[in-house]
Design a protein around this ligand. Sequence first.
Ligand code: PGA
Length: 239
Amino acid sequence: MKKYIVANLKMNKNFDQFENYLENLNLKKNNNEIIICPSNIFLEKIYKRDLPISIGAQDVDHRVEGAATGSTSAAQIKNICDYTLVGHSERRETFSENNFMIGEKLLRCWENSITPILCVGENLEIRKSGIKNVENHLYSQITQSLNDNSKFEKLIIAYEPIWAIGTGLSASIKEVSEVSEMLKNKLLEISNIEISILYGGSVNLSNYKELLAVSSISGLLIGSASLDPKVFSEISNNS
Ligand code: PGA
């Protein structure tokens, strides 16, 4: 089955470093969907290269256009991006994005034929308080940003426990299986279709294979390890 391997480069690399990154990618064309999400400033640069990848943004604004200094709309990236991350925990935390605003972002994506990768995940406090609370938290993130008008056929979910992001401490296989199974069933209940679920949080060369082997996981969202073009190429080529 096709896997999604997504690089979230976050706010990393200057112009020269990004050029160097592109030079050192060594991606083989395979059945997987390799998606690279650089900073917006590099979207056109990567688009002009002939790489066997799809391009994603890291975020879009929740509004259509207008007085939103510093923001980028879905309509502005639609000619370059097939995908965008939406609701990454770093945006939820730093920019106080709530589920309702994220719901609007999803609508802007669908209006512009972009597939959103909706990120959900619990913090350590919720994780420590038990699996039922994790479940409730994830369900409310999903149900408050999706509704009957959502284009479920053009939606990907990324499960990213906040405590696993950038910490070097990935969720265990058992935790990933448990949550992805739970999410899959919930999404099936509300949409009637099987939605792809990705895992993100300290994915690296030593754990990507076992994470991909989890039956309800359709791919990986990779931060730190995607910053090294050789590592990202190796993961992408062997997934
Ligand atoms: P990480 O980041 O791989 O560095 O944990 C993942 C993410 O934030 O998407």
